[in-house]
Design a protein around this ligand. Sequence first.
Ligand code: ADP
Ligand code: MG
Length: 379
Amino acid sequence: MIPDDAFSLWKEYFQGDPEVRAVAPGRVNLIGEHTDYNQGLVFPVAIDRRTSGLFRAASRDQCRLISGQAGAEAPFRLLGSSPKRWTRFAWACGRALSEHVDEAVPALEGVVWSDIPKGSGLSSSAALELCLLSAWNAVGAYGLSNHELAKIAWRAETRFVGVACGVMDQMASALGEAGRAIFIDTRTEEFSGWRIPEGLGMVVMDTRKRRALASSAYSHRVDECRRSAQALGITSLRDATLEMIVECRSHGLDDVAARRARHVVTENARVLAFREGLERDHRPSIGTLCHESHQSLKYDYDVSSPELDAMVEASALAPGFVAARLTGAGFGGCCVGLIERSKFRSFQAAVLGEYKRHNFTRPHIFEVTASSGAKAGAV
Ligand code: ADP
Ligand code: MG
């Protein structure tokens, strides 16, 4: 379960033994993009790419954490100011957990190891948070549920790291189930697992293109949605309707606000239709809904990129294709594809061949399977 590399890393940096191991998955979102910070509907899957770790309570009042991917950072105190680099996620989790349990939590030391590509939209940040919080939950014997841990992780990322994200990533990493996608109503936080039909494979197509201003563009969208909701006279775009948008447009609602709202309204409807399509294994409607989602993200939400568009187009011509769309925040990153599982090799070869016609970076195309959510236990 825990990769050997994590044990080697532990031996390199620590004396004695770890007490707790923890693991949390990344996620891919099948449909429902940019809806979670609008109290909308999402349909992610926890995947078999994970962040794992080995931990124990530190003997001194300082957290010391090593990452196989991002290196060793200076030790830090939870009561001190936020570290600058990746350990700020750990500092944020510790602070949010302390607030939740209403007491000082022990300093944590340990190592993390991950095979989730960072910053490409598979939510390596939520996996890191859930890995750390699951470990803390075990070390401190707090008995918190995974749903509670997801909310604490969300609070860590929004309040203490300062990213205005919705709750999808943390809930997906915490609540994933083998073989199932997780339908989440982010307004009520109700969630349920929906079986992915046998034979329907999931593919991640990573353009490996990171857009430098992705995080500021993301907060810009969050602001635009807030303004759009305000102009429509509602608290969140979850309550918008197409009629309302048309009506307000004739009273001066600007074009950007109208298009952002239209994306959210139509995307929420697509999530429900997609869930039905998945339940009936009705592949033509799954394909159409993903196509419409991508177009809406491209034209109404302005978060696609030439690479993402080329990838979706290349995949539509490949053997075994069922559906494809950009996944995650956009502005680069990954597309998700649904395919006939048995055709993966020929699908991959065909997409690579077609995509090569553009002079973009060579992408990474790999299969993923729906996996269980975060867990921790004694080593
Ligand atoms: P995403 O969540 O889509 O991968 P983010 O920008 O939200 O992208 O999060 C990426 C950040 O999370 C990294 O820059 C790093 O700070 C932190 N992170 C994720 N995984 C690890 C890891 N294994 N080790 C150290 N830091 C990590
Ligand atoms: Mg993230």
